[in-house]
Write a protein that binds this ligand. Structure first.
Ligand code: ADP
Length: 150
């Protein structure tokens, strides 16, 4: 049976930190699904369809990776895609506090689901999507933090 890992996130935008987590996950799972959580009532900064296409283009040579957009419980999406693992990145204690709670709840919602945490590589630890959005909004150069233009 295949080991499938689901990497859920907002990816608004998808950063070099996210890329590092995906590349390292490829050594652990047969398939990695990058799942862009998008609440259709909320406004994103970077267009969700363009972000999906840009991520797909970046990984087009790798058939172990797929990209989806979802608007429902992450635990349900994992079940639908036969993913027994959620992949999350940890940068610091703030991430830990937040991730700890979500992983307990996801386990409660789907008791087959195990969350696997990858500690960020130090060179990407400062990369944060919400700060990138702010810098971009005011015309700053964010390309060094991103693997591709969304
Ligand atoms: P969310 O809104 O679900 O936190 P994000 O797109 O901000 O979505 O992040 C998705 C996942 O990637 C989270 O587990 C987050 O901690 C992790 N992550 C974000 N930035 C980095 C980074 N620079 N290095 C490693 N992991 C990261």
């Amino acid at each position: 049976m295949e080991n499938i890992g689901l990497f859920p996130g907002s990816f608004d935008p998808f950063t070099k930190g996210h890329l590092d987590i995906v590349e390292r996950s490829l050594g652990l799972f047969d398939k990695v699904i990058i799942a862009i959580g998008h609440n259709s009532k909320k406004v994103r900064y970077f267009d969700v369809d363009k972000m999906k296409s840009a991520i797909e283009r970046h990984f087009e040579a790798n058939d172990k990776i797929s990209v989806i957009i979802y608007d429902e419980l992450t635990a349900n999406v994992a079940e639908k895609h036969n993913a027994k693992f959620l992949i999350r990145g940890l940068r610091n204690t703030t991430d830990f506090e937040y991730e700890n709670s979500i992983s307990q709840i996801n386990r409660h919602l789907n008791d087959h689901l195990e969350t696997i945490f990858l500690i960020t590589s130090p060179q990407y630890a400062h990369i944060n999507s919400s700060i990138i959005r702010e810098v971009h909004r005011y015309g700053g150069d964010v390309m060094r933090f991103l693997p591709f233009i969304p």
